[in-house]
Design a protein. Sequence first.
Lengths: 181, 231
Amino acid sequence: MWKRDEVVKPTSGQSTPTGPAVQSQQGGTSAAPQPEARQQIGRDVVNIGKSVVIKGELNGSEDLTIEGQVEGKIELKEHVLTIGPNGKIKAQVFAKALIVLGEVNGNVTASEKVEIRDGGSVDGDIVSPRVAIAEGAHFRGSVDMQRKSGQQGQASPPPRPAAQPAPQAQTAAQVAQPVAR
Amino acid sequence: MALSDLFARLRKDEDGADADAGASDSPVQPTKALARFLAGLGARQQPVLLDLGPVVGSNVTFFGEEVGCKILVEDLSKDIDRHVTQAKVEELQAFFDKRFPQESETIDGILCWDLFDYLERPAAERLARQLTRVLRPDGVLLAFFSTADPRSAIRPTYTRHVVIDRAHLQYRPYQAARAKQRPLLNRDIQRLFEPLRITENFLLKTNLREVLFRKPATAAVAPSAAPPAER
């Protein structure tokens, strides 16, 4: 149950709450969104606090900052995902842009860019047209940057589309499928 | 404040200043082999590049955006350091046998930088065997070898090689747990990487030998090469 400390900004014709939605693994032993998850009014940025542990699939249509732990899959294909310094992700990630200050263990696909900042860590393969890795960051894996538009004729097609248009009228939090394990 | 704390702080400040200087004032040196290496990759549409040095953001951008490579970063200096600090250097040989998860003949280019300078002969042989295994026929491998006496170095350092452009590299030293070992002779280098062929060999004024290897199109994979390990 998401508990917000402020009133959610109303969205047109939608009564469902905004914010990332989580469906836990079957059995429900691990998904435990805590009161720390909150939305900052007017900025469409959602935070998942450091005490939150999510196992399953996480979809959303607004920017998200994760300080907690997520295992499974994260899809924010039209938005920016920030993994805060306390964030620990063990998941496949699909986003428009990913900024990593914490730890990511899993493959990352971003349609715009991936930034691994000083102190950030990524173990996995990155597919993104732009990748910035700061000095002091840890990275192990592969980087596949699609060629710039002028050079695309020579390049092989990317393995999979990094971004797809978000379904219309989808609020930030649409409950996703349970992860098959 | 205790005197010991003061000295500790002073020492830390000095170290910090060294680190900063290492990043910004490091020497930029010409390279002749890098351009040839890139030319060797150029024939393929999206070449796969294996970088054995520490991850350098600007290098990833350079090779990814400008050259159009898919880059695999496998920082072996961390592995060497870990083995040294745990006093398990002799296990490096076996470690290299299982270090590379890549399938045989799947890599178009390998950047070894000066990594072989830090290895003793047995470990260097095992690493070279693995690199030869993963390299595609007609693939290229770039390695640097020091010709200077390693004992002249006061503190052991690795070098972060930052690509400035196709003709220049910046050498940024950073702390290492292990010093460079005895320099390899030309003949030893050649034997180490057999069946690769040396196509370019440049001796720079900086006492560095830049060597470009190419795997012959007909080269067979050594039967003793270990299968790819799981990551």
